[in-house]
Design a protein around this ligand. Structure first.
Ligand code: CUA
Length: 130
């Protein structure tokens, strides 16, 4: 029975990757064994630095996001990322798998002033070389 469950989980993970269907839960992520790629991001009025983050499809990502001024938020809808970033510079850690190639908006999800609506970046997930 245990063996069956394990095989089934592998099949589900394979299917998710094959069709690029989005977020793969950690328990069925074949890349879990490797360390995530860490990327430092600084949020400030009204930009993310870097504003463009490039990763590879299937890569596990760990974002360390801190604010250089007041409260911000970071949201990447496709990968169900949405976290407040507090004032004071303490980093928040966000992990996800970049499970689908494409370009995705990185948005500020906490009102931070007159430029809030324009505060955005781009996550570029390059297709994994075949
Ligand atoms: Cu930064 Cu809203």
């Amino acid at each position: 029975m245990r063996t069956f469950l394990r095989v089934h989980a592998a099949a589900v993970a394979g299917t998710a990757l094959l069709f690029g269907s989005g977020v793969v839960p950690a328990w069925q992520d074949p890349a879990t064994a490797s360390a995530p790629r860490e990327i430092d991001v600084v949020a400030s009025r009204f930009a993310f630095e870097p504003s463009r983050i490039e990763v590879t499809e299937g890569e596990r990502i760990r974002l360390l996001v801190r604010s250089a001024d007041g409260v911000h938020g970071i949201e990447i809808k496709r990968f169900r990322v949405n976290r407040p970033v507090p004032r004071g510079g303490k980093p928040v850690t966000i992990e996800f798998t970049a499970a689908a190639a494409g370009e995705y908006d990185i948005l500020c999800s906490e009102y931070c002033g007159d430029g809030h609506e324009t505060m955005a970046g781009t996550l570029v997930v390059q297709a994994r070389p075949k």
